[in-house]
Design a protein around this ligand. Structure first.
Ligand code: IVH
Length: 716
């Protein structure tokens, strides 16, 4: 089948007239959809090179399902709706699964009603009436990666296989051995056979880093974390796999011999976690669909948290918690009746490129940005998506008028991942980079060996000044509430703010004069500027300065290492500003490029002045932050292990975790004898039970706060 056939969307000619000919047309359409779906499934499962987004595949799949439902006689045994697709590649050895690897039914209704429908179905199938108590479910994340079966014999990893077609997978043991998260020996268990099933995936930040490195080398980038993970696991050469940052979460079992499987799914996952298996802590035991502790509440909570999770999920999974009930419910075709996947809006969609604009960034980098026909993707309407640089745009062959796949996942900016072939209008000129900055008119340059075009205007360029201010003001840096894009435009265009310290020199009168800047918002901005001074920490400040290659993590490492900013020309040699190239290299994870970039930044007198002026304006932070390993032992919770479970009334899990870690505690994912405290909130599940069983101290949010800020007398 040629590429163009693949994307032909018009149905075959329908010789309107008799009933017979209409039936032929429907049969032809079913055949066309089957061929199309088989081709796409092959690209997806076998080649790991999908050319359409999943949502588009789902739409075609549902169209075929609808035809087959209305005309059962058209259902063929080889229809993609009738079998699990996937083939075994030549290079890897096929392995027959001891227990087939099933799939789960998908609830396509992304609203709360999807969870209610599942609960209603389970109750009906179990013969429960309205007066019967709610069913208990294990609710967890639906990871977007590659399913894997890990076979442990007498506690030792002996074989890892992909899912393949569900009956037969491929032996990828050599590659799985390179994934550090996957234990080679299970802790405390000697079962003759224990097959653990779960998902191999890649975190979004690791994926971004990988692509950033590819981009800098001018090499081909990867499409999304899932395909990258799947491709890495199925390599013939394990050395390639070893270079990919892969991770794993367990969510089920395969063949088991010689182990008493715990009576509930949640207890089984706890047991796996205790054996050293990575198990996600974002799970709960829900009672029924509705109510505070129901499936709907979980679906909504995870829906809100989806963007801030470090990896992609495409939904949540509900499983009847009791194994006895699971067995009673059984299977229908190749899916268990006791589980369902409840989806969220897709993170990839198709849309049209209406134009290509140029954006000028903080470092002067010129980024081609596709102006798109608005499309709902990853839960928001997207109208722009980055094309990164000229070379990537050329490699992906994007032109105005093309239909493209847009991806928006997490808080990563939306990007164009590829063009749908065969849909380009006839005449479209190739895109060219301008030779002058579209904002300030300065010459555009590209240094030898660099892929990026840059405006040479520096802080003369208003675009660069604006971006520098926005970077400084963002939540993860100085967190200046209310200082958004529109306001920064006005401040810079109106000549009120040129450099970072100018922000803290603005008077009320000047501000209130600005367009739409009512007095109240002027006062609000001044208040949040004031607040930002109090909230500052050395890492946030350093990150906010926008030194090239100094992200949040490097900023934290630098602050921990030096603990001080220092003063240029000062006697003291401790500060970051004064650190030599060699001293910078001694910082964890700082290499030659980063060290040079920091040195170059502070070698420029005006940058040091900016720092001094900001500090003079009152931006300050506690001088002695907990630094270096030597100090760790003095932290109040040093050596303590804490487990978080359930939802706390005011603290998000990440906040609670950060507070605990700052106090020296280790935050673990599962409860064991070594756990010192369990902090439990609403919807706390099996971890709480386990803690009670083991007699571990259980705290609520207030208890956690007391633990973190003990009365002065108890601090030795
Ligand atoms: S359970 C018997 N749980 O989704 C049920 N699957 O179509 C077997 N997946 O191939 C699967 N997260 O790769 C289960 N928490 C989770 C999952 C999950 C992701 C994937 C898995 C499977 C597909 C199911």
């Amino acid at each position: 089948m040629s590429q163009n056939d693949l994307f032909a969307s018009a149905a075959p000619q329908d010789p309107v007239g008799s009933v017979a000919s209409t039936q032929t047309a429907v049969a032809d359409e079913a055949a066309r959809l089957r061929a199309l779906l088989n081709e796409h499934a092959h690209r997806y499962y076998v080649l790991d090179e999908p050319v359409i987004p999943d949502a588009e595949y789902d739409r075609l799949f549902q169209a075929l399902q609808a035809i087959e439902a209305a005309h059962p006689e058209l259902r063929t045994p080889d229809s993609p709706t009738q079998r699990v697709i996937g083939q075994v590649l030549d290079g890897l050895t096929p392995v027959r699964h001891a227990v087939p690897m099933l799939s789960i039914r998908t609830e396509t209704d992304t609203q709360a009603s999807g969870a209610e429908a599942f609960d209603a179905r389970i109750r009906r199938e179990l013969g429960l009436g309205p007066e019967d108590p709610p069913v208990e479910y294990a609710a967890e994340l639906k990871f977007d990666g590659l399913a894997i079966n890990l076979r442990y014999e007498n506690g030792k990893l002996t074989q890892a296989t992909t899912r393949g077609d569900g009956e037969t997978g491929e032996d990828v043991t050599h590659n799985v051995h390179t994934i550090r998260q996957i234990p080679v020996h299970l802790k405390g268990i000697q079962a003759a056979v224990l097959e653990v099933r779960g998902e191999i995936y890649m975190r979004r930040d690791d994926f971004e880093k990988l692509n950033e490195a590819q981009r800098e080398k001018g090499e081909k980038t990867f499409v999304n974390p899932r395909n990258t993970a799947a491709g890495a696991v199925r390599q013939l050469d394990a050395n390639i796999t070893a270079q990919r940052p892969l991770r794993f979460f367990a969510y089920g079992l395969g063949d088991v011999q010689g182990w008493d499987i715990p009576p509930t799914h949640s207890a089984m996952l706890d047991a796996l976690a205790a054996m050293g298996m990575p198990v996600s802590s974002d799970r709960t035991v829900a009672l029924g669909a509705s109510g505070e502790q129901g499936l709907v509440a979980f679906h909504q909570r995870i829906g809100k948290a989806r963007d801030s999770l470090p990896f992609d999920i495409d939904g949540v999974v509900y499983k009847v918690n009791s194994r006895a009930l699971q067995e009673r419910l059984g299977f229908v075709s190749r899916e268990p009746r006791w589980a369902v996947a409840h989806k969220y809006p897709a993170q990839e969609q198709l849309t049209l490129v209406e134009g290509i604009d140029i954006q000028v960034g903080r470092t002067g980098k010129l980024t081609p940005v596709a102006r798109l026909k608005p499309v709902f993707v990853g839960g928001v309407t997207v109208t722009n998506a980055t094309l990164h640089n000229l070379f990537e745009l050329r490699r992906k062959r994007v032109r105005i008028g093309d239909t493209v796949i847009v991806r928006r996942a997490g808080d990563v900016i939306p990007e164009v991942v590829g063009v749908v072939p065969g849909e380009r209008p006839a005449y479209v000129p190739n895109f060219r980079m301008p030779s002058q900055c579209p904002v300030c008119g300065s010459t555009v340059v590209r240094e030898p060996g660099e892929v990026n075009h840059r405006c040479s205007g520096g802080l003369f360029c208003a675009a660069q000044r604006k971006q520098a201010l926005l970077h400084f003001a963002q939540r993860r840096a100085m967190d200046i509430e209310g200082l958004g894009e529109k306001l920064v435009d006005q401040l810079v265009d109106g000549g009120i703010v040129r450099t970072l310290p100018d922000l803290y020199k603005m008077g009320f009168a000047k501000l209130a004069e600005l367009d739409r800047m009512a007095e109240k918002s002027a006062q609000n901005l001044l208040d949040s500027l004031e607040k930002s001074k109090q909230k500052a920490t050395l890492p946030r400040f350093l990150f906010g300065l926008g030194i090239r290659h100094v992200g949040e993590t490097t900023a934290k490492d630098l602050a921990r290492h030096f603990g001080k900013m220092g003063h240029k020309g000062d006697e003291s040699k401790e500060g970051i500003m004064n650190a030599s190239y060699e001293q910078l290299l001694a910082v964890r994870d700082v290499g030659p490029i980063v060290a040079q970039s920091i040195r170059t930044f502070f070698d420029q007198e005006h940058n040091c002045e900016v720092v001094e002026q900001l500090r003079a304006a009152g931006v300050n932070w506690p001088e002695h932050e907990p630094s270096a390993e030597a100090d760790a032992a003095t932290l109040p919770l040093f050596g303590k292990t804490v487990v978080l479970t359930g939802t706390l009334p005011t603290l998000a899990r990440e906040e609670a975790k950060a507070m605990l870690e700052a106090a020296g505690a280790k935050v673990a994912g599962s409860v064991s004898k070594k756990t010192h405290y369990v902090v439990a909130g609403a919807e706390a599940g099996s971890k709480l039970d386990k803690a009670q069983e083991l007699g571990i101290t259980i705290l609520d949010e207030q208890g956690l706060r007391d633990l973190l800020a003990p009365p002065p007398s108890s601090l030795a």
